[in-house]
Write a protein that binds this ligand. Sequence first.
Ligand code: GLU
Length: 552
Amino acid sequence: MDYNALAQKLFPEIDKTPDYWEEKYPQRELREGARVTRFAPSPTGFLHFGNLFTCLVSYKTAKDTDGVFYVRVEDTDQKRKVEGAIEVMLKGLSVYGIVPDEGVVAEDTEKGDYAPYYQSRRKEIYQTYAKSLVEQGLAYPCFMTPEELDEIRSAQESESIKGIWGKWAKHRDLTFDEIEEHLKNGEQWTLRLKSPGSTEGKCRFDDLIRGKIEMPENVQDVVLLKSDGIPTYHFAHAVDDHLMRTTHVMRGDEWIASVPIHLQLFRVLGFKPPKYAHVAPIMKEENGGKRKLSKRKDPEAKVTYYAEQGFPKESVTEYIMTLANSNFEDWRRVNQNENIDKFPVNLKKMSVSGALFDMVKLTDVSKNVICKMSAEKVFSLSYEWAKEYCSELAKLYEQDTERATAILNIDRENKKPRKDIAKWSDIPEYISYMYDETFVPCYELTGNATPALAVKVLEKYKDTVNLDDDKDTWFGRIKDMCESVGCTPNVKEFKQNPEAFEGHVGDVSTIIRVALTGRTNTPDLYSITALLGADRVQKRIDNALSHYKEEA
Ligand code: GLU
């Protein structure tokens, strides 16, 4: 067989050789050990939380080693293409600080020396390598029709090795004349690998997450180019990751089964294979079992969910690190204020069975992140969020932005800040009593407080409260009034002799707190009182008084 003639017949318009591309896309000049990683999405426009997770780890893997992280768009399936998808996906990543060094950096915009980064623009490159394989007798045109392939599929139902191989690879050894005949008839063809594998052969590799893996060698004559000349994922993966000089391929573990095909392709193409890290999907607990976090069932599977809910990006990235590496939390305890970029991510510590998504944990992580933020930061981030997702909150803020910031500063910027806020959408409820528009009175009392005691306390407090007092003076006045309402300022004393008092200073405070905020548990009441202002304080006490008078 004259393979050169065959190659020329199949790819007449390809005049380049692999050497041309090898020279055009040389080895990268990076320091020893630098890792080149990539995100290779199909342009569906949907960014799954699992994508963000893998991307963040991939991105950090590159950054930790002064390497390169790039984005390649796998758009060979034009039917699945969604307008504006890339913009949505890149924006989703950039929110979390993932900005590619090169590749597709905006819709239709490529940056870097290894372009094009859209697979749909790389047809000539794939075909050059395909042609070269034909020249070497390592690939062949297959003219089997979809019907024939279907028949083989049904005939192979009970076979352990499926696909086109052995006796099923009917066109593997066609003669030049036979091929010419098929071509003359105008028959469609795909290009198949002439697999050099044997059924006894083994494929061994070291997965960076899973460790050593051994699988049967590939024997299938897999399709390299579809009948429209577009490559399959397998072929494009080998050509692209080689020419873009990817060192570490991090991808979903659904690709593990294909590794024997991929390693064989790298071998026949004469490429050094990359290192693989197959990332298990993010799981979710359900009815005592585990299942994959689902795009259809779980709102939190969509990356935009976190922005909509108002989780700050720092919280999400911190949480993702806890999912990625179990030692992250220990590192965080020791390096409380360190930038997360300093945490060295370790692929070997990633879960093989799939990290478990836990909203309670995310909430916890986020509370810890937010409680360390300054009031200004909380204000500005939540205001940005509100402008997009909660106009009611934005309007409240806009009444007086300084007051809003002061409200958010209550019990903040101290040694033990409160942890009430996990996401910006918690704020409207958290601060609702600070605004007349959203204050919902509730006069339920706890402890020893009764409506009758409330009447006495509030009448007294109404006269004594002075918004010019400092905190100690203010609290001093509350203690001082205890006796006159039959309570004791001393909780211990009350406990020793409860019969002698109607309540203690805690009950007195509760009555005031409930009157002013409608709640029994709030941050610092002194600050709240001061920020409510004299008019609101008087009005709310009056309303509470009339309520309790009726009740008493
Ligand atoms: N486009 C492939 C996917 O979305 C990429 C897999 C890979 O990273 O190689 O599954």
